[in-house]
Write a protein that binds this ligand. Structure first.
Ligand SMILES: Cc1cc2nc3c(=O)[nH]c(=O)nc-3n(C[C@H](O)[C@H](O)[C@H](O)COP(=O)(O)OP(=O)(O)OC[C@H]3O[C@@H](n4cnc5c(N)ncnc54)[C@H](O)[C@@H]3O)c2cc1C
Length: 339
């Protein structure tokens, strides 16, 4: 993807903030946003976050969902791939109510009818782009109770509802989806083991992009912190507290950036990235972002409660990033799994 195409995408998003989300994603698809290389998706992700366009996690469709489809053996793979790269909007439905991040709690059931067609029953929650997607990849149990990944575009046999989010995340499309005898196909026929292997690989990519997003947020917040500090410098002079806080923020941001750049390089080169290495990045990114948000908010003082407070979108989206794709506790479990 050329720099000009990236600039066009950013310009389009900035000037079409009120346009219907579905139209926006279809436009992005047509503009080539889902045909990018690994290095371009990283670059695009960084620019979008820097521009505070938090509601467009393009990497989800481009890198996470594409990986799941690329490795599947579904007989309509070619058709799905064409949709993925032309004008299709996809979503990945894993989470269920009270299921949390553990896939073992998934209850959605796929059964074969008398002529061998598959139908799904169950409910998914907190699904990014779940309302606007016309193609849904989901996790469910097959007739042997094994977890596998499935594909559906049977939109008539499902009920979708938009979840109402806080004002700061108003544009983000988050859905709940109920499958009501929804026709579907298995992505990994008779190979539940491979399905889970690929899903774990896809989750590592998801966590890499969450970490990159949090790093860019952290760097932007560091700039906010410095600006506010300079405005209040005379009042704060002599206080070691802020100097130490700033030093810690700078140190952690630097370490996170260095650690992540290694993972990014491996990802771009097509090398396998270990789930525990990415979990370290996500856990550290979460802690760093939380710390910097808290310090900047304290430094802002009374301004931090105003509706116009510059931290509001950061607060809302950082909360989402702590949770999306697994909470910080889950990251610790993955990191310590070899104990
Ligand atoms: C913006 C956003 C987008 C999302 N997009 C998608 C999507 O596209 N597809 C999708 O499938 N899901 C999506 N999700 C859901 C996301 O994957 C879940 O939010 C996440 O897995 C955590 O599950 P939960 O929110 O139910 O939290 P819970 O699992 O209920 O966790 C709540 C708290 O319980 C504690 N906890 C949970 N598990 C453990 C444990 N094992 N050990 C110790 N403590 C624990 C932690 O303190 C945690 O913070 C999205 C979520 C958000 C916020």
């Amino acid at each position: 993807m050329t720099d000009d195409t990236m600039k066009d995408i950013i310009c389009f998003l900035k000037t079409n903030g009120e346009t219907d989300m579905k139209e926006i994603w279809v436009h992005l698809s047509k503009a080539g946003a889902f045909q990018t290389s690994a290095s371009d998706t990283i670059k695009l992700c960084k620019i979008l976050v820097k521009e505070e366009l938090f509601e467009y996690p393009l990497w989800l469709q481009n890198d996470v969902i594409r990986l799941i489809i690329d490795e599947s053996d579904i007989n309509i793979k070619k058709e799905i791939k064409i949709k993925l790269q032309s004008d299709g909007v996809f979503c990945l439905a894993l989470t269920e109510q009270f299921g949390g991040s553990s896939f073992q709690n998934v209850k959605t059931q796929v059964s074969d009818n008398s002529v061998g067609n598959k139908k799904a029953v169950g409910k998914k929650v907190y699904i990014s782009n779940g309302n606007i997607a016309d193609n849904i990849i989901f996790l469910a149990r097959d007739s042997d109770e094994k977890l596998n990944l499935f594909y559906t575009d049977d939109l008539n046999n499902m009920v979708r509802g938009k979840l109402v989010l806080s004002d700061a995340m108003g544009r983000y499309d988050l859905a709940e989806i109920e499958f009501v005898n929804t026709k579907c196909q298995c992505l990994y026929t008779n190979n539940a083991l491979k399905a889970m292997f690929v899903l774990n690989k896809a989750m590592a990519v998801e966590r890499l992009f969450c970490s990159i997003t949090m790093l860019v947020m952290t760097k932007s917040l560091l700039e906010v912190f410095l600006r506010v500090y300079r405005e209040k410098r005379d009042m704060l002079q002599g206080s070691q507290y802020w100097k130490f806080s700033y030093a810690k923020m700078k140190l952690n941001t630097h370490l996170l950036e260095t650690y992540l750049s290694n993972l990014e390089e491996m990802y771009v080169e097509g090398k396998a990235i270990l789930p525990s290495d990415v979990a370290i990045a996500k856990s550290y990114a979460t802690d760093t972002l939380k710390y910097i948000l808290e310090k900047t908010e304290i430094l802002l003082g009374a301004q931090s409660i105003l509706k116009s407070n510059i931290l509001i979108p950061y607060e809302a989206y950082s909360k989402a990033y702590y949770s999306a794709g697994g909470t910080n506790e889950i990251m610790k479990e993955i990191i310590g799994a070899d104990l």
